[in-house]
Design a protein around this ligand. Structure first.
Ligand code: GDP
Length: 311
């Protein structure tokens, strides 16, 4: 039997703009107690970038991680805008399922379709959150039908069509399995994630493969590659090979590793198969490149890049 990491889930959160992703993630963070009492969310979870606010779209993918019932849940924000198709695809390759947030009044909108299509193409299983159920004109059962029609139209397979639905008001911090029985808890959302999103495969005894999916930059650490450990383990101080997309290979020493907790990055000594982490130590690390053992070089398939990456 395949071993899985029951203590971990990796999901992407997808939605049309303004359907409530940011508010929902804030609530999940608060409900889980990932923030200590005296620690306020200084900025909204995923909407902190000024350009984003100006343009009303989410440009930078951001990671949030929440601990719930002994499980670490990585939640990756996903741009809804079609200009970021490459980034959306890359994020979908890092996760094992998606949380599709749909406004219970507005229903499916163009970006709902765009991001759902990408998720279905990657064979991911969506959990549907029908948000804004508190709106006086919310029409939950109609919208669930619309969502189902969209799944069918986009070619969802039988497993994907069996999507679970949770009804929520991210604004009020309520959710439930039925539209008219809201409770002041986010538990149904968490429990549905744990039940329906597959846990990552635990192949930590295989040779390391880590793929850079997103880039970040820090004045002290330089370039930082964010991505998923697809197999094996990676440690601080380890000498590893970076397989460049042009076919060349550069060796480097892992200077620092970071995991995610809440909205913060935390230093860790080791990460293993399934983990989503940030790796520092290689100046010219780029999206799509694979980090692997020097003695066992095997690149992961390249990724689509169609937008300017961080220089
Ligand atoms: P995002 O663009 O998907 O991140 O959406 P936001 O979380 O920024 O929410 C967009 C707007 O919808 C904000 O004004 C929120 O206060 C509002 N909103 C979010 N969730 C709810 C909800 O459950 N009910 C109502 N009535 N409004 C909500």
């Amino acid at each position: 039997m395949t071993q899985v990491r029951e203590d971990l889930r990796n999901i992407a959160i997808i939605a049309h703009v303004d359907h409530g992703k940011t508010t929902l993630v804030d609530q999940l963070l608060h409900y889980s107690g990932t923030f200590r009492e005296n620690e306020q969310v200084a900025e909204r979870a995923m909407d902190s970038n000024d350009i984003e606010k100006e343009r009303g779209i989410t440009i930078l993918a951001k990671n949030t991680a929440i601990n719930y019932k002994d499980t670490h849940i990585n939640i990756l924000d996903t741009p809804g805008h079609a200009d970021f198709g490459g980034e959306v695809e890359r994020i979908m390759k890092m996760v094992d399922g998606v949380l599709l947030v749909v406004d219970a009044f507005e229903g499916c909108m163009p970006q709902t379709r765009f991001v759902l299509k990408k998720a279905l193409e990657q064979k991911l299983r969506p959990v549907v959150v029908l948000n804004k159920i508190d709106r006086p004109n919310a029409r939950p059962s109609e919208v669930v039908d619309e969502v189902l029609d969209l799944f069918i139209e986009l070619g969802a397979d039988d497993d994907q069509l069996e999507f679970p639905v949770v009804y929520a008001s991210a604004l009020n911090g309520t959710s439930s399995y039925e539209p008219d029985a809201q409770e002041e808890t986010m538990q149904p959302i968490f429990d549905t994630i744990l039940e329906h999103i597959p846990a990552p495969i635990d192949n930590q005894n295989d040779p390391l493969q880590f793929q850079v999916t997103l880039l970040d930059y820090n004045d002290y650490l330089g370039r930082i590659g964010i991505g998923r450990v697809f197999r094996g383990t990676i440690q601080v101080g380890q000498q590893v090979a970076l397989m460049k997309t042009d076919g060349t290979v550069k060796n480097f020493r892992v200077s620092k590793l970071f995991g995610f907790i809440g909205l913060k990055r935390v230093e860790i000594e080791e990460a293993k198969a399934g983990d989503i982490i940030a790796v520092a130590g290689m100046e010219d690390i780029n999206v799509g490149e694979t980090v692997c053992p020097i003695e066992n070089q095997e690149a992961l398939p390249t990724l689509r890049i169609d937008e300017p990456t961080l220089q």
